[in-house]
Design a protein around this ligand. Structure first.
Ligand SMILES: NC(=O)C1=CN([C@@H]2O[C@H](COP(=O)(O)OP(=O)(O)OC[C@H]3O[C@@H](n4cnc5c(N)ncnc54)[C@H](OP(=O)(O)O)[C@@H]3O)[C@@H](O)[C@H]2O)C=CC1
Ligand SMILES: O=C([O-])CC(=O)C(=O)O
Length: 253
C-alpha cells in the first residue's frame, strides 16, 4: 500500500485522515505542532515537530494541504528526499520560473508531481488545450464574503477581474483552481472573483471555447464546515486522487 506523509493538518488534512482509501498515512507535519499531534491520534501516524525529521521518515508521497507558502518552501526538498508530491496549493505554480525549476528537478530525480482537480470539474478534457486551440477560458468564482474573509459586503461585488497569475497573488486561499485550469489547458485563464452575500455555496463557472466547440461548467460547492474558503469537493478530490494512484486502470484524459 502507498504510504503518505501529510503536510498540513487543517481542514483538508483532517478530511483526508477521516476518508482516505487505499493509502496509509504514516507521517504528519503542521506549523501548528498541536494540530499534527491531534491528527496523529485519529490515524495512528507519527507527528513531527520539524520538517527535516518529517521528510526523513520512510514513506512514498508527501501530500501538501497547507498553503502556497508551504508548497513554495518545501517542494524541492520533498523531491530531494526521494518522495513524490501532491500539491493542493497549486497556486504556487503560477510562478513560471518556480514551476519550471520544480518540473526539471522532478524529471532529473525521476519523481512525480500530482495536481488534484480540487474544487472544480472539467480539468480532464481541458487538457486538449495542450494539443488543440482554446480561444476563450474564463473562470467566474463567486463566494459568500465569509468564505473570502471579508466583513463588510452588502451586495454582489466584483473583487477582481484579470488574469489568474495576478489573482492568485491577491487571493491565495480562494483561487487555486484558476491556476489548475491554467496548467491543464496550457494557456492563460481570465478570472472574475465576486463576493455575494446572497450565496451560500462556493460557485465556480467555467467558460471554454475552442476548436472542439464550447463548454460551460457550473460547480456549486458546499463550503467545508471547518474552513468556508475551501470547498468540500477539493478534499474529496485529493482522497480520490490518492485512491487511484495505486490502481492499474486510469480513467479520464
Ligand atoms: N486546488 C484547489 O482546488 C484548492 C486548494 N486549496 C488550498 O489547499 C490548502 C489547504 O486548505 P485547507 O486545509 O482548507 O486550509 P487550512 O488553513 O484549514 O489548513 C492548512 C493547515 O496547514 C498549515 N500551514 C500553513 N502553512 C504552513 C507551512 N508553511 N508549514 C506547515 N504548515 C502550514 C496551517 O496552519 P495555519 O492555520 O497556522 O496557517 C493549517 O494548519 C490551502 O492552501 C488552500 O488554499 C483549497 C481549496 C481548493
Ligand atoms: O475551494 C474552493 O472553492 C476554491 C478555492 O478555495 C481555491 O481554488 O483556492
Amino acid at each position: 500500500m502507498l504510504t503518505i506523509g501529510l503536510l498540513g493538518c487543517g481542514n483538508i488534512g483532517n478530511i483526508i485522515i477521516k476518508n482516505h482509501v487505499g493509502v496509509d498515512i504514516v507521517a504528519l507535519f503542521d506549523q501548528m505542532p498541536g494540530r499534527a499531534e491531534e491528527a496523529g491520534k485519529l490515524c495512528d501516524a507519527k507527528a513531527f515537530g520539524n520538517i527535516e525529521d518529517f521528510l526523513n521518515e520512510d514513506y512514498d508521497i508527501v501530500v501538501e494541504a497547507a498553503s502556497i507558502d508551504a508548497a513554495q518552501k518545501y517542494a524541492a526538498s520533498v523531491l530531494e528526499h526521494g518522495k513524490d508530491l501532491v500539491v493542493m496549493s497549486v497556486g504556487v505554480f503560477a510562478d513560471e520560473l518556480f514551476r519550471q525549476e520544480i518540473i526539471d528537478l522532478a524529471s532529473s530525480l525521476g519523481r512525480k508531481i500530482y495536481i488534484p482537480s480540487g474544487a472544480i470539474f472539467g480539468l480532464d478534457n481541458l487538457k486538449i488545450g495542450q494539443v488543440s486551440g482554446i480561444t476563450r477560458l474564463l473562470l467566474r468564482t463567486t463566494k459568500n464574503p465569509r468564505s473570502l474573509n471579508i466583513e463588510e459586503c452588502a451586495e454582489r461585488t466584483c473583487l477582481f477581474s484579470g488574469m489568474a497569475n495576478e489573482c492568485i497573488k491577491h487571493y491565495p486561499k480562494n483561487t487555486n483552481v484558476s491556476v489548475a485550469l491554467e496548467l491543464a489547458a496550457g494557456r492563460d485563464v481570465e478570472v472574475e472573483l465576486w463576493a455575494d452575500p446572497s450565496v451560500d455555496r462556493n460557485v465556480h463557472e467555467i467558460f471554454i471555447e475552442g476548436d472542439f466547440g464550447e463548454a460551460t461548467i457550473t460547480v456549486k460547492n458546499l463550503p467545508s464546515p471547518d474552513n468556508p474558503a475551501t470547498s468540500y469537493l477539493a478534499a474529496l478530490s485529493i482522497v480520490t486522487l490518492l485512491k487511484n494512484l495505486g490502481e492499474p486502470m486510469r480513467v479520464g484524459t
